[in-house]
Design a binder for this molecule. Structure first.
Ligand code: SF4
Ligand code: SF4
Length: 222
């Protein structure tokens, strides 16, 4: 899931100081799980905006805010409230905000949240980064632990000389990713997977902007 956090409210107010009326869009997927874009957060934001003298003409939690066509259809019943608003505020990730930019060509759209990373909810409202979206996964070679993400240096072969007692020199709170990989492979009796150094990564797979269309996905299946 995409992990988001709320932006500073005063910063948001500064960004939207020239507008008086707003329509809010949340997202029932990642943002709702992160507590940044579900019904309770929409309600809290509505109250905060009204307390600051702004008008909220309406609000809606999209099923999947980054799904452009689906969100556009879902928003149809809210056309009047949207027309009355000078500005759209989006309480999802950056992709959701840009979906709204595509939908509302003639209205300013502002993000309420910062998008942080792709990760897992490991405990309630606790999120850890798991994937850096490199475009060519190597989890099959690393016991299912991503060194590109879990190692602060993104080392493809480790551990480095900064590993002390199994922890990373960057922070005593971070267990060395390569120690974790070693321990997991050992447990699975797959240490042979570490016998060969991983080759230098082909970063062309993460060249931006990326896109993926159905035809290409079909090709990958063959
Ligand atoms: S190897 Fe790449 S795709 Fe796989 S988890 Fe790590 S960053 Fe993500
Ligand atoms: S100690 Fe381990 S996790 Fe830290 S930078 Fe070195 S290899 Fe990466």
């Amino acid at each position: 899931m995409i992990i988001t956090k709320k932006r500073d409210f005063q910063e948001l107010m500064e960004n939207i100081k020239n507008y008086k009326s707003f329509f809010l869009i949340g997202c029932s997927e990642c943002a709702a799980l992160c507590g940044t874009g579900g019904e309770p957060e929409i309600k809290t934001m509505t109250e905060a905006l009204e307390a600051a003298g702004k008008e909220v003409t309406g609000a809606f939690v999209a099923k999947t805010g980054c799904q452009v066509l689906g969100t556009k259809v879902e928003l149809k019943p809210f056309n009047m409230a949207i027309d009355k608003a000078e500005c759209i505020l989006v309480m999802s990730c950056g992709a959701g905000t840009q979906a709204a930019v595509e939908i509302f060509e003639d209205k300013p759209v502002y993000p309420v949240n910062d998008s942080m990373f792709l990760g897992n909810m490991t405990r309630f409202q606790m999120f850890d980064e798991r994937c850096s979206l490199c475009g060519k996964c190597i989890l099959d070679k690393t016991g299912g632990i991503c060194p590109i993400t879990a190692c602060p240096k993104g080392l493809l072969n480790g551990p480095c000389g900064g590993c002390k007692d199994g922890y990373c020199e960057i922070s005593p709170d971070i267990k060395c990713a390569w120690v974790r990989i070693y321990e997991r492979l050992k447990k699975l009796d797959r240490l042979d997977d570490m016998s060969e150094a991983l080759p230098a990564k082909d970063w062309s797979h993460s060249q931006k902007p990326r896109n993926l269309y159905a035809k290409e996905k079909e090709g990958a299946k063959k």
